[in-house]
Structures are given as structure tokens and as C-alpha cells.
Design a protein around this ligand. Sequence first.
Ligand code: WT7
Length: 643
Amino acid sequence: MSYPYQIKSLEEYKVAYQKSITDPEGFWGEIAENFTWRKKWDKVLNWNFKEPKVEWFAGGKLNITENCLDRHLPALADKPAIIWEPNNPEERVRIVTYERLHKRVCQFAQVLKNNGVKKGDRVCIYMGMVPELAYAVLACARIGAIHSVIFGGFSAQSIADRLEDAKAEYIVTCDGAYRGGKDIPLKSIIDDALIGNKVVKRVIVYTRTRTAVSMIKGRDVWWEDEMLKVTDTLPVEDFGKSEEMDAEDPLFILYTSGSTGKPKGVVHTIGGYMVWTNYTFVNTFQYQPGQVHFCTADIGWITGHSYIIYGPLSAGATSLMFEGVPTWPDAGRFWDIVDKYKVNILYTAPTAIRSLMSYGLDPLKGKDLSSLKVLGTVGEPINEEAWHWYDENIGKKKCPIVDTWWQTETAGILISNLAGVTPSKPSWATLPLPGIQPVLVDDRGKEVTEKDEEGLYKGNLCMKAPWPGILRTTYGDHERCRTNYFATYENLYFTGDGALRNDDGFFRITGRVDDVLNVSGHRIGTAEVENAINMHASVVESAVVGFPHEVKGQGIYAYVIVSAMHGDEEHTRKDISQTVARIIGPIAKPDRIQFVNGLPKTRSGKIMRRILRKIAEGEMDKLGDTSTLLDPGVVDEIKSGKL
Ligand code: WT7
């Protein structure tokens, strides 16, 4: 593969950026020519942010898996598409070539059809990081079914909520998953999620851990048995056909947390998502044919969708998929993997870097790492200390670091330096990619034109115009999409993040300005956690805020009023944590629970989170004005009990 749209110099970046703004249709139309379409689009772009309505490549017909698989077969059939490293380093690795991947995807696509899945149906995928997860995702796309992958760390209740919201009739799962020293009983969690569910017709179970599972007649079938039925009866030509899809047909739903209510199902559509993930992959990481790309994310998050599966595979790249965790069997695991497969691009999260930093340099002894060319980070702001550690000890000061800012809703990277092509600056995401028009606005939506005392522009980060990967809706509730993203500021997409801009036009993301936390790069809504805490039998009321956490970036701090303790405080804390783990999942467990007698409220009954945040951050002297509080006395009590 060659990438004629790969930007090679700062000068080229400037030219591309300029053209993408003055002539977006010409710019993206030309890039889209590099893909396989069954029928060309009628119009590159239609949009308004009022409804909102965004269409890219309307009228175009394609199948994204032909772009990820079929078109590569003539040149890349024997080249690895996916390299799979198991949780246990002693276990056999799996190298899945493009030819093999094509075959398995076609085969599983037929399995889905045999089990009743049709174009437009929602298929929920709840699996560990095994190649079969990628097969399942691509098989859905092959037949036009809409996949909704759920991260393995979510509870049965969270799965049940998502199944209901997506009205999913099909599930693909595993008996269990290995993650470090733990086995996660995926099928049994699915069974719990399905209690009382009358909508799900079929559960396909892939055998990974050989744990005993319950299999219900008429509903549950084994992956292996179903796959055999297809190979046994048919030659690949007969079942390999892919569905012709509209560019604007939905490709997937991915649930993510917001500041209110339950997680919402972000919907991405086929044509724009494909172009955006491919373009950002090829340009940000400066991928060269033959290189090994290692994105350490889980496919349960958007990063895995875009930079393990769709971006790399649509570019004919080799994508490394790792089943385990960075610290098992020891904190040298990433570096062993890098050396074992001569990884060229390593893309991970600041929280992983900080966690590995805490082990010191011993785990790096004897590791070569000389194959590395580009390093990337994603998910949260990277502090300078972590940036320099990564640069010095992993990149040996020879690898550009791309600090990539984006979101589930954006499909792919929006603001980042391009590796070795545009300048980098520690803890700055730097420049927007072509097609991206960021603007900083104040709380009334007015563009910020005055610098602050440090000479920087500071405001709420918005986008003025759509790019091919922007979300199209939130599943089943378009109004929610409008109010969440397009109603805060007129004619702008609001990201929920605050940012700074310097005179070079570089952006530095400062973090969420809404009630969303970023814990170890995972997005969690404070309201969601509060609702889960409030489910506990003794809890009267609670308020959740974030606080700075050395490794996780942010930790979860909960102020809780209880009617009675069960046992002592410590016991009650554990019960509350357990309740949260049950309702949302272990990732949402509070790091600190402080019992209080009251919460600071205004006369109208609103909790003053600003004060609680400052206390959790330990900035007791910066509480600001507390005179409007109904009972200013509660503040002193809370301050004195701070954990
Ligand atoms: C939120 C989106 C992007 C895929 C993984 C997370 C934060 C993301 C950066 C970065 C500073 C970042 C933002 C954003 N974020 N990347 N490079 N620097 N902050 O996707 O779960 O949708 O979370 O992650 O706050 O809004 P997500």
C-alpha cells in the first residue's frame, strides 16, 4: 500500500490544512478516492449543527471490510494483519495473515447469518482481547449488522442497560477472559445480564478459558461448532459476499459516559469513519508499510476500534493485539513485547506510563527497544514528568511522541502533532489535523480573544465544522445528541474539555469542564457513580468529584451521607464500593469515601461541587465565596474530615 495523502513535511501540513478549510469537499473527496467504493458518492458533505445533521459521502456505496481485507489480498495475503500476544507469555502466539483474517471474517459473517442476524441488527460483543473479537467486529460490518462492543470491566447491570438501549438481539461472548493474574467469567456475567431479558435470541460463546459455563438450549451456541458448520458445507466464495452499504449507514454503537444520566450510545457511520480513522492513522503515526503498530488499548474502547482494528487494517498495516496487562507477569511486559515483535509504533495511555514509571528502571534492564520509531499517548493529559520519562527511557530521545487528543464522539484523532513532521511540545497536543477547526469560547459562547496572565488563550474547546468522523447521533435519542453536544454553544460542537492555545496555535488540553471524570483514561460520569452509591441501602445522599491521583490521573472522591453504619466505617465503605462495582463495574469504585452529615447546598438546593472539588484536591484556602450556602457550617465539618 502507498498513502498518497500522507503528509511529509511541515510545509505540506500547512498546505493540506489550508485546503481542508477552504475547500473541504474537494479535499476529502480526493482522499476518499483512495478507497474501494461500489458506487461513488453524490455529495461529499451536507451539514448543519442545528438539528444536527451531518452526512459525508452521501449516496456512496461500500463495505468497510472490503477496504480492510479484500482489497489487500493481492499484495498482502501472506502479511500479518493481526499479531496476537496472549496474556500468558508461555502460550503460543497467533499470527493472523490478511488471507486468514479475510477467511475467518467471512466464515463468522456466515455464522451470524445462520443464526438469524440481518443487516441493521444490533450485535453486542462482550469478549476478551482475542483475535476472535476482531473477527466478530468485522463480521458484523461485513453483513451490515451494527456492533456494540462492551468493555470486559463492565458489570451485568451495565450490560443489561446497554442491551436494552440498543435493543440488541444477539450477543457474542467468551466463556471467560484472562487479564493478568485474573480470570473474568464473561459468560456468567452475560447470564446475569440476561435475567429477565426477553429480547436476546442468541448468544454465541467462544471458548477461551475452558471455565464451566451454563448453556441454555435454544439460546446459547458454541462459536467453534457454528464455525465448523460453515467450513464443512461451503467453499469460501459462497459465503464471502459482503453486504452493499450506504456511506451513512451506522457501523457501530459505542456507549460512553456523559455528565447526566446513563451512558449514551455514540453512533458512527461507515464512510466517514473509515476515511477518518485511516487518514489519522497514516498521518499521525506516519505509518510505513511493513511496520508493526502496537496500540495497547482494549477494543472495548474507541481507541481499540479505531487504532487496533479499522485504522490499521484499512491501511494494510500489521496491528498487534495484546490480551493482557502491562504489569503481568512483571512490569517489563510491554518492553518484552516490543522486542519480541520488533514493534515500531507504540500507542498507550499516560496512566500506563505513570504506572510503569513507579517500578523504576529495573524492568527496562536488558530490553533493547531499538525497533521503536514513534511513541503515542492518548486518553488524558500527559504530565511533563511522564512525557520525559517516556521520551528518555522508552524512545531513547530518538522517537517523536504524538500526544493525540480526541474522544469517543470524534472517531479518531483531532488534535496532535504528526510524528516527526510537525513540532511537538511536552504535554501539548499541539496542532489540529487537516479538517479540524478548533475554537475556544467563554461560558457565554463568545470566542476568547484576550490572553490570560500567562499569555495564553483559555476557554471551552469547540469545533466549528464537521470532519468525516464526527458522531452522527446518540442511538435512539437524537435530541440527546443535540442537547449534549450542539446546544451549549450555537453552531458549535462542544467537546466538554477546557483548553489553552498559545501564539503558535498549539493547543493544550486541560481536562473536562463538565461533570465527567477521567480515571485511568476511562470516562466516568459523576452522576452515574452517585446513582450507584445511592442504590446502597444505607445511603441517604452522595456527591462525587474527582481529585488528582498520581497514577490514575484522576481518582474518584465520594462524600456520602448514610442513615446508619453497618459494622464500622471501613465495612460500610467496602459495601458501598461493592455496590458500585455491581451497578457499574469495578472501574467505577470510589478511591475515597468520606462520610459527612451534610453537603454544601445553595438555598435552591443545588450541591456546590466547586467547593467539594477544592476540598478533595486539598485546596482548602481556595474555596471561594461560601456565603450563599444554606448552611456554611457543613463546609468546616467536611474540611475537618477530609481523607
Ligand atoms: C476524553 C475523551 C480518545 C480516546 C480515548 C478516550 C480526554 C483524550 C487526551 C489527550 C488530554 C485527553 C479528554 C476527552 N483526552 N485524549 N491527548 N490529552 N486529554 O476517549 O473515553 O471518549 O474520553 O479524554 O478529556 O474529552 P473518551
